[in-house]
Design a protein around this ligand. Sequence first.
Ligand SMILES: Cc1cc2nc3c(=O)[nH]c(=O)nc-3n(C[C@H](O)[C@H](O)[C@H](O)COP(=O)(O)OP(=O)(O)OC[C@H]3O[C@@H](n4cnc5c(N)ncnc54)[C@H](O)[C@@H]3O)c2cc1C
Length: 336
Amino acid sequence: MSGLTLGGGHGVVSRAYGLTCDSLTQATIVTADGKQLTANATDHKDLFWALRGAGNGNFGVVTELRFRTHPAPQAVSAYMTWPWSKAAAVVKAWQEWGPDQPDEIWSSCHLACAPGGTPTISVAAFSLGTYGELQNAVDRLADRIGSPARSVSLKRRSYEESMEMYAGCSSFSTDAKCHLPGSTPGRTPTGALGRETYAARSDFFDRSISAAGIQTLLTHISSVRGGAGSIQLTALGGAINRVSPTATAFVHRRSRMLAQYLASWKAGTSGTTAQSWLTTTHQAMSRHASGAAYQNYTDPTLTNWRKAYYGAAASRLTTVKRHYDPTGFFNFPQAL
Ligand SMILES: Cc1cc2nc3c(=O)[nH]c(=O)nc-3n(C[C@H](O)[C@H](O)[C@H](O)COP(=O)(O)OP(=O)(O)OC[C@H]3O[C@@H](n4cnc5c(N)ncnc54)[C@H](O)[C@@H]3O)c2cc1C
């Protein structure tokens, strides 16, 4: 919860309820001088502003987070695939459809490929609304694409069951299996989840990707090397973008989409080839993207990280940092 919240936090209900940090009402923090402070809308307002987007490792150790809560009703999820030959049409139609849906409908478009394999294209959607509303919405997406999906699954589940599905745990008989195996905190002896070995980069897009940009995406995903590659485009907008870019230190409030590029490789191998594919792909997309990156998808290769993560908030954040951590006690390669 802590890292997710302090860097923003987006998920399938963000278009309905805002980012995780938008539901934060108060944080308790221990600063470098050993003092415990409470930051909220009236006390240490500047720190409260900074903790919502730039709080990870910069100002102190956050020991308590308080949140406004929201209903977690039954939800509907959809998963659709199209033949790869339709990929350009799917990306083009989805990017105009996803960010403009009613707040309760979240979606993402996913391109993936294993080395030597045929790339795949899919769209996942999640809605806090009714089954019929999501069905109508995905039908309209297929109309825009000009081709019905090759496979469609649409299912109503409880909120908890939906989260278990996204965590890859829906086939497990007990919650204890939905962990890594082990006996240290956070693990369970019967844990059945494994770790993956991967690296990731991100881009925000403030407008739809041009036809040339879509072609770049398709070309690069078709030439994955050294492991598996994927690109996930997530629809933003809704409640996320109704917050002013200056209201919190998460400034990316005008973006329509967030892209995450991922390269994974076999554990124990160097992953050099897969990572070079990742670098080439990210570089090729940079001319089509906004120049901003998600601070919670930490990217050690970013040289302009201050601007990419924090945009116009960077100088105000430096002032807050000097005030609460004047000696720079909390330090790491991309610390403020
Ligand atoms: C598999 C996977 C899926 C993800 N999916 C999403 C997603 O759907 N949406 C999304 O928004 N992000 C996602 N992320 C990114 C995620 O938000 C970040 O990795 C986040 O930092 C994780 O939080 P954590 O508490 O585990 O932090 P850690 O990884 O433990 O720490 C990350 C940074 O936060 C600092 N930090 C952590 N806790 C505190 C604290 N209490 N006080 C001060 N500083 C602190 C650490 O010092 C460090 O700098 C995903 C990451 C992974 C690995």
